[in-house]
Design a protein around this ligand. Structure first.
Ligand code: FMN
Length: 170
């Protein structure tokens, strides 16, 4: 069984447990690495050509505009062929209840037929939001497992939670 983790994660200013902090490594990146380290996986980090604002409140506004316009930000690189993978983890932060639009830039046009999709969302209170329903709209012919919500501020301590969920899901 081959695993792929497609993830977006933003370092810089973020809202952590009620205050704005500067973080070196994004919350979702911890989760992606726990999957790789414990189960073996290739990581595909989604990166936009135009960087989001460093300042949290500016980024919030940019993200809202992208969502409202259903944009597909241009990425630095794209996956073309995922045929070698069986399990595809899709992981990202909750931005206004769903994934950053860049995740949809990465998955549009990929062939997920026959794959198992494992959704993960890190968040600061909204839980999994509606990312699972949104993925189902974009991904056809795949089997979906029940997604995992991780509180972003606790992502760096979530290794056991991630391991238990993956064991149940794959
Ligand atoms: C633009 C933006 C929008 C966000 N919107 C929400 C939200 O609607 N609900 C929520 O619980 N957290 C929200 N957050 C907090 C992030 O989901 C949370 O901090 C997440 O763990 C960040 O993951 P990352 O460090 O991997 O990017 C938002 C953060 C940003 C930057």
């Amino acid at each position: 069984m081959k695993n792929l983790v497609i993830y977006y994660s933003r370092s810089g200013e973020n809202y952590v447990n009620g205050s704005i902090k500067n973080i070196e490594k994004g919350n979702t990146e911890y989760v992606a690495e726990y999957i790789r380290d414990n189960f073996g996986a290739d990581l595909f980090k989604v990166e936009t050509v135009k960087e989001y604002a460093k300042h949290y409140m500016d980024c919030i506004r940019e993200a809202q505009k992208e969502l409202d316009n259903d944009e597909r930000p241009v990425l630095k690189k794209y996956l073309n062929d995922i045929s070698e993978y069986d399990n595809i983890f899709i992981a990202g932060p909750c931005w206004w209840g769903t994934y950053p639009m860049a995740i949809f830039s990465a998955i549009d046009n990929l062939d997920f037929n026959g794959k198992k999709i494992l959704p993960i969302m890190t968040h600061e209170g909204s839980g999994i939001g509606h990312c699972e329903a949104d993925l189902r709209k974009h991904i056809k012919g795949a089997q979906f497992t029940k997604g995992l919500a991780i509180h972003g501020g606790s992502a760096s301590k979530s290794e056991n939670t991630v391991i238990n969920w993956v064991k149940k899901s794959i």
